[in-house]
Design a binder for this molecule. Sequence first.
Ligand SMILES: Cc1cc2nc3c(=O)[nH]c(=O)nc-3n(C[C@H](O)[C@H](O)[C@H](O)COP(=O)(O)O)c2cc1C
Length: 210
Amino acid sequence: MTQEHDLFEIMRTTRSMRRLKADPVPAALIRQVLEAGTMAANGGNMQNWRFLVIRDPAIKAAVAAYYRRGWHEGVGPRYRAGGPAPGTTPERFGRMLDAAEYLADHFHEAPVWIVPCVAGAKPTRTTGASIYPAVQNMLLAARALGLGATLTTLYLAHEREAEAAMGLPEGVHSYAIIPIGYPMGKFGPVKRTALSDVVYDDRWGKAWTD
Ligand SMILES: Cc1cc2nc3c(=O)[nH]c(=O)nc-3n(C[C@H](O)[C@H](O)[C@H](O)COP(=O)(O)O)c2cc1C
């Protein structure tokens, strides 16, 4: 298998892994994940990103309380009341929601969190564009190393409180919390709709054909 094929296989199986073991993750692996993050594209190569690695149980517990509230008071009931995501069945979607609820109740148990931040800029599409490539690189790197991870933003329902609990200084904003650990389950293929549903050809709404 060529390296190129390896990358596509990694992308095909980088699912959100929400059930994580509490076993510690070697710092050398976290370093590899962080290095992958800092290889990403970013505006002008200014590298205004900062990555807060959180392992302190007290900080995780304080922040996780806001995440849990965000799930149980808003997102969870809303998703459960609605239809399944495109390209998936109600059963499969229900299993995803169960996993998401598990994460909400066990968020603090993930041995490591990486919190990607940007300093000194109002959160906009432009600032987001300089941090989410690093986030995706880290998700792929974690997968490649056999670590489970999930991009989460649910804590932003209580953004101020959660960022204060993480000790972020004034003017620094977090863009996600990525809980990382060894997964309880197996990596499997992601589930997405067909390209023809989401790719247009010259004109909006005209399905792309190759
Ligand atoms: C912007 C963004 C925010 C997300 N926030 C959460 C979150 O707070 N909690 C969670 O469990 N999953 C979160 N996810 C993960 C998505 O639910 C997940 O990527 C999607 O259901 C597809 O599943 P898969 O990643 O397993 O293929 C988030 C994903 C993105 C891109």
